[in-house]
Design a protein around this ligand. Structure first.
Ligand code: MG
Length: 370
């Protein structure tokens, strides 16, 4: 027990982003969930959510693993924090965090709490890398950036001090908690996040792109089917003229199977054997591109989408590359991406291995999801 209670601010508008930045999933979890995970992993033992009319319904259905309460956010950030502080009791330190800063690490949360326990406050801040200029009317005044820091969150304080600071201070002009803490006569202790550029607030499209890249997920897939006479050869949804075809319960499209397993692996949704068991007559002669469509439907239902797929077909014969563009188009269509997000390569095994002897065709794939 460290006596750390958190206030998670989920009440801000998303005017600059053009969509709801707090509720839109980033690789399966939205900013509120990601911030909550980091707060709890960093040591917060209870949570007060300050919500807006748009975030309330989501927060009410959230399964929070620690005791939690919900308050209505105010007109300003400071009003929202104050509404939360007024219902809190028994906390020793209070961790105040903006949900839009969802890339915060548990390590930073922990450092902020420890600083507050040792020194009364732990205000997370970043150094300034750009040259800074203050505009005084027509006049540009260079500032010494070595003396400037950027305020971030979490900001953690002894509960009694920050509550008093909010009660006595001028909340109307306060854009963070530290400014009220300062106005109450306290000297804040800062926690710097060098090397943790990810503690960015989701504000612009560039921040959103950074978040998507931060949480990109990868999966690999591999499959082999036996080459036999009397079967059609289907690879990547394309029928290839050849004297043999691949043996299997479905159409035995080994390339599409490897791609499906890569996607399922990246999404953490199992594998095709579990999803489409070959003991199920429903999948007899199944069109694997249609199964891929079902895999993508499940991935998208989990808030993810395909970013890129790279696959290699391992076959001695026939020649694959003349058909690669058609395969790219078929796979891309089922995955809702453009064909340049699908890469298809081919290799022989120089006559070695079962692929080289013409006994089978194999395929491997890697996929990324955002
Ligand atoms: Mg297979």
């Amino acid at each position: 027990m460290n006596g750390a209670a958190a206030v998670l601010l989920c009440a801000g508008g998303s005017v600059r982003m053009g969509f709801d930045k707090l509720l839109t999933p980033i690789a399966g979890k939205n900013a509120i969930e990601r911030s909550l995970d980091a707060l709890i992993a960093g040591g917060a033992e209870s949570i007060v959510f300050a919500v807006s009319p748009s975030t309330r319904a989501f927060v009410e259905t959230l399964a929070c693993p620690v005791p939690s309460r919900i308050v209505t956010g105010g007109e300003t950030r400071a009003d929202s924090v104050y509404n939360a502080l007024r219902i809190m009791k028994d906390a020793r330190v209070v961790v105040i965090h903006d949900a839009a800063r969802c890339m915060v690490s548990p390590k930073t949360v922990r450092a902020s709490i420890e600083s507050a326990q040792n020194f009364g406050s732990g205000v997370v801040a970043g150094q300034v890398a750009d040259t800074m200029i203050r505009l005084d009317g027509e006049h540009a005044v260079p500032l010494d950036r070595s003396k400037l820091i950027r305020m971030q969150t979490p900001q953690t304080f002894l509960f009694d001090r920050i509550k008093a600071a909010y009660e006595t201070g001028d909340r109307s002009g306060a854009t963070d908690d530290c400014s009220l803490y300062l106005a109450a006569g306290y000297e804040p202790k800062f926690v710097f996040t060098e090397g943790e550029t990810a503690n960015r607030k989701l504000t612009t499209g560039a921040d959103w792109q950074l978040a998507l890249a931060t949480y990109a997920r990868f999966g690999t897939g591999f499959d082999t089917h036996r080459l036999v006479e009397g079967r059609r050869l289907i690879l990547g949804g394309v029928e290839i003229p050849f004297e043999k075809g691949l043996l299997g319960h479905s159409d035995a499209d080994v390339l599409t199977h490897a791609v499906m397993d890569a996607l399922l692996g990246a999404a953490g949704l199992g594998d095709i054997g579990r999803l489409f068991p070959d003991t199920d007559p429903a999948y007899e002669s199944a069109n694997s591109i249609a199964l891929l469509g079902e895999v993508v439907r499940r991935i998208e239902a989990n808030g993810l989408r395909v970013a890129h797929v790279d696959a290699t077909v391992i076959a001695q014969r026939p020649k694959i590359m003349p058909h690669a563009a058609a395969m790219q188009a078929a796979l891309a269509g089922a995955m809702h991406v453009s064909p340049d997000s699908v890469s298809i390569k081919a290799t022989t095994t120089e006559g070695m291995n079962d692929e080289g002897k013409g006994l089978c065709i194999s395929a491997s794939a890697i996929a990324s999801l955002v």
